[in-house]
Design a protein around this ligand. Sequence first.
Ligand SMILES: [Zn+2]
Length: 165
Amino acid sequence: MKWLSHISIGVCVSTVLSPSNILFSAVGSIAPDVLETLMKFKHRQEGHYFAIWVIGIGLGFISENYWFSWFCVGGFLHVLGDAMTMAGVPVGWWSRHRIHLLKAPFKTGEKQEYVVVAMVIIVTLLSLKFGGSQIYVPFFYDWYKYYNEGIVDAFELKKNRLNFF
Ligand SMILES: [Zn+2]
C-alpha cells in the first residue's frame, strides 16, 4: 500500500479508538517502510514482521506506555494493509510463511487499495456520527448537540455549524 493509504487507515482507527494518540498511530503507520529504508532491510521483510508489531502493542500496554502501543498499532495496521497485496507479509523471524489476507490480493496503488481505504474512512465517519462515543474527538464537532445542551449559544451555533474541523 502507498503511504497515504497507510496513514489514512492509521489515523482513522485511532480517531475512533484513541484520538489523543492519532499522531503516534500516524507515525507508526509508515514506520515499517521507514525502518526498511533506514536499516536497509529487505523489502517487506524484517520491518514487516507481523509478530513484532503485535509484541510491541503488548509491551507498550504492559509498561503503560500507551503512546508506544499506539505507535505499534500504526505499524500493525500497515502490515495488515500490506497483507492485502500480492506480496503479503512475513509472520515473524522464525517462519518463511507469509500472511495473505485476501483471496484476490491487489498490487500497491491498484483501485482495490483505494476501495479499502474508502471503506475504512466511511466506517470511521459512521462510528463518529452514531457511535455515541464519550471520547473527545478534536473535529467533527456536533454543534447542534452542544447548542441543545446549552454549551454554545445560537451565535456560536450559527457561526460554526458548517465547520467540520
Ligand atoms: Zn510496507
